[in-house]
Design a protein around this ligand. Structure first.
Ligand SMILES: O=C[C@H](O)COP(=O)(O)O
Length: 318
């Protein structure tokens, strides 16, 4: 049965005050938690075989934002990660490159230099990642620095404290300001769904970010559990699907955090196909934020092509 598609009209005056934003967001239909969990669980049981699986694995590799977001990150680590992003399987040039490498702002220039001419983008977290707790001026400076150093994509975090306190206008205004600071760079807005407490809040935060100008909505920082669960990704896919139906603007979705295996990746692709539509099955509109899924995708790819797994030391460490 096809999903009901809601068109949530959003006139500019809705953003004029916190009260009008609140009325809009709390007027959205409530999420049927049991239904969403059951549907996500059902879709997670779908399996993909042989040729379709090979295609899905290559698509998943092309959608990976290969991420390192550790306090201990070094220039050398980012160079090594960038080499892997551009040529994931040095023994098999047919393996596609990933979508982007995602790093802290101070390492953007290193990644840009290492990835020049490869087709792999550079994404950077900004706005006081992962907490989002800094004055707006600091968040904008963070964003501008990353863009000036060559980041083509900015992954910002929302102020969850403001959101949970009902200060939607502050969250909306910050996204608008960061969107402007991004210039030509794409903006991914991280909702940090593991801190939003309810599915209704995930739906509200999705619509808030979409209307404020997000190019992508992203589940998580990877620093808070639970991160990218299937029910949460499903709710976000519904939002971008319905927004597209209402406006013709296609916003992307990026589950991130805790995606470790080829099975995890393929479950997400099934969700995209069934909940949104196949037009989202493209790195332009769907990404997988992950620090360590790439090796498993490469191993399963080799297994499909040759019939056996490569040895455990075959790939560089994630
Ligand atoms: O944006 C991506 C996440 O930070 C990566 O999280 P992960 O280490 O659980 O894959």
């Amino acid at each position: 049965m096809p999903d009901t598609v809601f068109a949530f009209a959003f006139a500019p005056e809705v953003a004029a005050s916190n009260a009008s934003l609140r009325a809009y967001l709390h007027g959205l239909p409530g999420v049927d938690a049991v239904g969403v969990q059951a549907r996500a669980a059902d879709l997670a049981t779908r399996s993909i075989k042989t040729t379709a699986k090979a295609t899905a694995i290559d698509l998943a590799i092309r959608m990976v934002d290969l991420t390192t977001l550790e306090g201990a990150d070094t220039r050398g680590k980012v160079r090594a990660l960038s080499a892997k992003a551009a040529h994931p399987d040095p023994a098999d040039p047919s393996a596609p490159h990933v979508a982007a490498v995602c790093v802290y702002p101070d390492l953007v220039a290193v990644a840009v230099d290492a990835l020049a001419g490869t087709g792999v983008g550079v994404a950077s977290v900004a706005t006081a990642f992962p907490s989002g707790r800094a004055p707006l001026e600091a968040k904008l400076a963070d964003t501008r620095r990353a863009v000036a150093d060559g980041a083509a994509e900015i992954d910002m975090v929302i102020d969850r404290g403001a959101f949970l306190a009902g200060d939607y206008r502050k969250v909306y205004d910050e996204i608008v300001a960061v969107r402007e600071a991004c210039g030509a760079a794409h903006l991914k807005v991280i909702l940090e769904t593991g801190e939003l407490a309810t599915y209704d809040n995930v739906r509200r935060a999705s619509w808030l970010a979409i209307h404020a100008g997000a190019d992508f909505i992203k589940t998580s920082t990877g620093k808070i559990a639970p991160a990218a669960t299937l029910p949460v990704t499903l709710i976000m896919l519904e939002a971008v699907r319905d927004h597209y139906a209402a406006t013709g603007r296609r916003v992307g979705v990026k589950p991130a955090g805790g995606i470790r295996t080829t099975k995890d990746a393929i479950k997400n692709l099934v969700l995209v196909n069934e909940v949104a539509d196949p037009a989202w099955l493209d790195p332009e509109y769907f990404r997988l934020g992950a620090s360590s899924v790439l090796n498993d995708l490469l191993m399963q790819r080799t297994k499909l092509a040759t019939g056996s797994y490569p040895g455990p030391d075959y790939y560089t460490l994630d």
